[in-house]
Design a protein around this ligand. Sequence first.
Ligand SMILES: [Zn+2]
Length: 420
Amino acid sequence: MAEISFWGGVGVIGSSKILIEQGEWRILLDFGLDFAPGAGLFRNGVVLRPEYALYDRLRTGQVPLLPHIYRSDAMHGFPLASGSDGRTALFISHAHIDHIGLTGWVDPDIPIYCSPQTARLMDALAQAGDTPEGHAPTLIPMEEGQPVKWGPFQVRRYAVDHDVVGASGYAVETEDGVVAFTGDIRLHGRHPELSQRFAQTVHGARALVIEGTTLSFGFREAPRTEAAVDELFAKALNETPGLILMSLYPRNLERVESFLSIARRAGRHIVWPQAMALLFRAWGLQDILAFASDVDVDAIRANPASFILQLNPEFLPWLLEMPVGPGSVFLHANGEPLGAFDPQWDVLQDWLKFLHVPFWPIGTGGHASPDDLNRLVEWAEPEILFPLHSQEPDRLIPPPGTMRWLPQRGGRRYSLGGRS
Ligand SMILES: [Zn+2]
């Protein structure tokens, strides 16, 4: 009999970790970090000890107490069986830290599968100096639709649409039927057909684990599409006489590419922080300009209408020397600070107020709206629905014929057998 348990993403957005067990064999879907800036024991300058980071996380309950997952050399005597048991495999849905961020602590004998694009993105990030905490994980690219056999399981990966390249859903075949997992998913991005096809491919699954991020925010209107984001960006370029400031989310590489070509057509250059320039070059994008080394403050001051400056918080004092004011604009396109929950958000707003720069949010989220979540569930028509990755999972109402089980964190195993 197959069993499923949830070790993250329960009652919170992010940090998904789903364990499927059958006999001695285990499939782990996603292994992400809790993302809670400004919360918890490690905040306001109190940071994990680099050598003892996994130990600190284990002691403070920030990672699941699952045996035979973690590297032995990172345990420092913490009483939990470490090293691979040879019967556990990990599958990652996408390259967001709340889904992939703990892979650096996974024992290297545990295989970690993901999409080829996710592996490529993690490699490009590593070239830009951005690696997961712990050790650089070895990721195994997995072709779409081709089954990976693991003990009694067959696992298939399917591309879905999210605000990062290479996002995937999974279908795990167990002796009690298929367990499908959406990862993070949306229908308002550039490839809604992928998300729809995934939901339809896993139609009739024994269980569907679906993300429910937007259930928490009282969404009423349909979310802005990525095409509308491009249009707003073009409009801002058209209407702003001075320097444009921007915070674009760098892992949304399709949007980065799109913004680069819109800027080119408008006769503006985007200037990136060094780390982002390294990432985009490693990804293969052309004509990437870095702040300071390629374009300095003097160049921007001489010709502000020719530039768009991607703003890092550490750049804020540079604005004191730049020609910014009511003729500029700050475009927020889902970059950092990510939202009002981030302590940096208020700092940014204070600076923009001080400098009289208008703030214009032009982005869109990576998560399906409540209506779109319902459509996905209706396409999939699973027997059991597990809403995860949400503060209010109970707001997802299943269609007739589908049971909804609200997952509890850890320990509790849900049996997938017992079908009548
Ligand atoms: Zn995500």
